[in-house]
Design a protein around this ligand. Structure first.
Ligand code: MN3
Length: 202
C-alpha cells in the first residue's frame, strides 16, 4: 500500500505565533507531500511497498538514495507534527522528567544540549532526543533527512523528540535566526506525546 500524508491534528494557525500558519501549510502540504510522493515512486513495484516506514528506515543501507531521503523525510515529518500542539509547552513530568534529570542533570541542561545540537547542525538536518539501546536518553543531530532509526546513523536510538532545522521549517518567519526558532519550539512541544513515545520505547 502506498504511503499517505497524515493529516495534522490541529489547524495550521494553531501554533502561532511560534510557528506561523504559512510555514505550516507549505511545510506539511508541499514539503512533506513531496517526500510521500517521491517515496512511493522510489519503492513502486518493490518489496518495500509491504513494509512500514520504520522497517524501511532500520535497513536503509539496502536502499538507494531516493528511498533514504524521501523515506527519512516521511518518517521524520510524520513524527514531528505529533510532537507539537496548541496550548502546549510547559515541562515534562513523571518518568520522562526523571529520565531527563538522570541523563542531563536537569531540564535546563537538556534544553541547552538539544538547542546546541539544533544550532550546530551545519546545513539541513534534525535534532533529536532518543532512547538508546541501553534505555538511557541521548541528544544528537543528523544531516539531511537521516534519523536515528537508520542503520547508517552515527547516533542510533528510538526518537522521542525531533526538531526540523531545515530552513524550510523556519525561514519565512525567522529568516536566518535559527536559534530564535529553536527557542520558540519549547512553547509548542507536546510533552504528553513525548512521554508516550518514551514509555513505548522502554
Ligand atoms: Mn521539513
Amino acid at each position: 500500500m502506498a504511503f499517505e500524508l497524515p493529516a495534522l491534528a490541529y489547524a495550521p494557525t494553531a501554533l502561532e505565533p511560534h510557528i506561523d500558519a504559512k510555514t505550516m501549510e507549505i511545510h506539511h502540504g508541499k514539503h512533506h507531500q513531496a517526500y510521500v510522493t517521491n517515496l512511493n515512486a522510489a519503492i513502486a513495484g518493490t518489496d518495500a511497498e509491504k513494509l512500514s516506514i520504520e522497517e524501511i528506515c532500520k535497513n536503509i543501507s539496502k536502499y538507494p538514495m531516493p528511498v533514504r531521503n524521501n523515506g527519512g523525510g516521511h518518517y521524520n515529518h510524520s513524527l514531528f507534527w505529533t510532537l507539537m500542539a496548541p496550548n502546549a509547552g510547559g515541562n515534562p513530568t513523571g518518568d520522562l522528567a526523571a529520565a531527563i534529570d538522570k541523563a542531563f542533570g536537569n531540564l535546563d541542561e537538556f534544553k541547552k544540549q538539544f538547542a546546541t545540537a539544533a544550532a550546530t547542525r551545519f546545513g539541513s538536518g534534525w535534532a533529536w532526543l532518543c532512547v538508546k539501546e541501553d534505555k538511557s536518553l541521548c541528544v544528537c543531530s543528523t544531516p539531511n533527512q537521516d534519523n536515528p532509526l537508520m542503520d547508517i546513523a552515527e547516533c542510533k536510538g528510538t526518537p522521542i523528540l525531533a526538531l526540523d532545522v531545515w530552513e524550510h521549517a523556519y525561514y519565512l518567519h525567522y529568516q536566518n535566526r535559527r536559534p530564535d526558532y529553536v527557542g520558540a519550539f519549547w512553547n509548542v512541544i507536546n510533552w504528553t506525546k513525548v512521554a508516550e513515545l518514551y514509555k513505548n520505547a522502554m
